[in-house]
Every structure is written in C-alpha cells, then in structure tokens.
Design a protein around this ligand. Structure first.
Ligand SMILES: [Zn+2]
Length: 208
C-alpha cells in the first residue's frame, strides 16, 4: 500500500515529465472513447490502449457486464453510459472482454471458456444497443460500438468470435415467439460487434 501512496504523491512531477497538462485537464474532460470492461486487476485499459489522461472514459464492472436498461430501476451503469453519450457526446464505445474472467467462469458456463468469454462480449453489445440513448445514435451513425477481447496470458487481442462460430451449446437463437424487432436488434449487435476499433485521433487499436 505504501508503494502506491508514494507513487501517487509524485504523480504531478511524473505528469509534467510526460507532457500531461494538468491545468488543461482541470478545465474539463473531453474523452473521445468510452471503454466498458471488467474490473479485473490484470486488465489496465490505459496500458493496453496507450491512452493518456483525458482520453478514455471508463466503466468497469465485474465481468464488464452491462445491465439491461430499466427505466423503473435505473442503475449506476446506465447513468454512466447516459452521461458518456448525452453529456460527453462519446462517439465510440469499446466493450472489452478478457480471458480467464472469473465473472464468465462463475456463470457456470460449460464448454470452451474462451468462446464463452467472446460470447459474453457479444451479449453486452446486444444489451447496450438496446439502451434508449444508444439505439438512435446507432441508427443515425453517430455512435459506433466495438468488441474487443484481451488475452491475459499473451497480451494478444483477437477479435471476438462471431456468433456463428461459437460451439452449439453457447449459441442462442431467437425463439419463434420473439418479436421481429427483437431479432433485428440481434442482427444489429452482431454487425456492430464485428467492427474493428476506430482509430480516431491516432488512438492505437488492438484488433488487427
Ligand atoms: Zn473479468
């Protein structure tokens, strides 16, 4: 703990050495990408992306799980997403899953845990794309969703598997009773999940 405390106390000097303008940051934030990812300590978005202070707006939860939008029971995650989109006018959201995720493992998933992790990312995209603040921006093209997956053991970043390549046990299909509009949202989530992360302002990409 002392090591962290001492490091924090010298932050301003290191920021100056790395050209971080703390006065500019104090004037307000204007991040251009939001990342939704797991709280896992092994996953450090700034290290992975090469982002600097002010670049990346983060939402971290256990498993990077996005709760379904419920106007009767608004969640902190929903408030954070709405602020990013409506307050900060974020135009790109990355959902980044990772290997060896306890949240995915504890879900009792049978079969290939890596495929389950990829599938988890696609599920979060699907949920996110249903948010009232997200759906219209996807339709008018002012918001892009990106699916990333980080391999803890190698640092590699393969694109999440497409739904059709997942093992049959992990696939879900819309039921016959499911409304046509819902099936359409499934297709939309699949489409946006295959997008390679945008490289606005030269931000590095993980998926190549
Ligand atoms: Zn995790």
């Amino acid at each position: 703990m002392e090591r962290f405390r001492d490091h924090a106390r010298t932050y301003s000097a290191r920021a100056a050495a790395y050209g971080v303008d703390l006065d500019r940051l104090a004037a307000g934030q204007a991040p251009y990408v939001m990342i939704i990812t797991c709280s896992d300590a092994r996953l450090v978005p700034a290290l992975i992306t090469g982002s600097r202070p002010g670049d990346l707006f983060e939402l971290r939860t256990h498993g990077g799980t996005v709760p379904r939008f419920d106007p009767e029971d608004p969640s902190g995650e929903a408030a954070t997403i709405e602020f990013a989109i409506e307050g900060l006018r974020i135009a790109d959201i990355i959902i980044c899953g990772h290997s060896h995720c306890e949240a995915v493992g504890s879900a009792g998933t049978a079969g290939d845990i890596t495929a389950a992790g990829h599938w988890h990312v696609v599920q979060q995209l699907d949920v996110l794309s249903d948010y009232p603040c997200v759906a219209p921006r996807l339709v008018d093209g002012t918001l892009r969703l990106h699916a990333w997956f980080h391999e803890i053991g190698t640092g590699h970043a393969p694109a999440p598997a497409r739904r059709q390549r997942l093992p049959p046990a992990l696939r879900t299909r819309p039921s016959r009773a499911e409304p046509r509009a819902r099936r359409g949202r499934h297709r939309r989530a699949e489409r946006v999940s295959s997008v390679v992360p945008a490289a606005r302002r030269g931000a590095p990409t993980m998926v190549g």
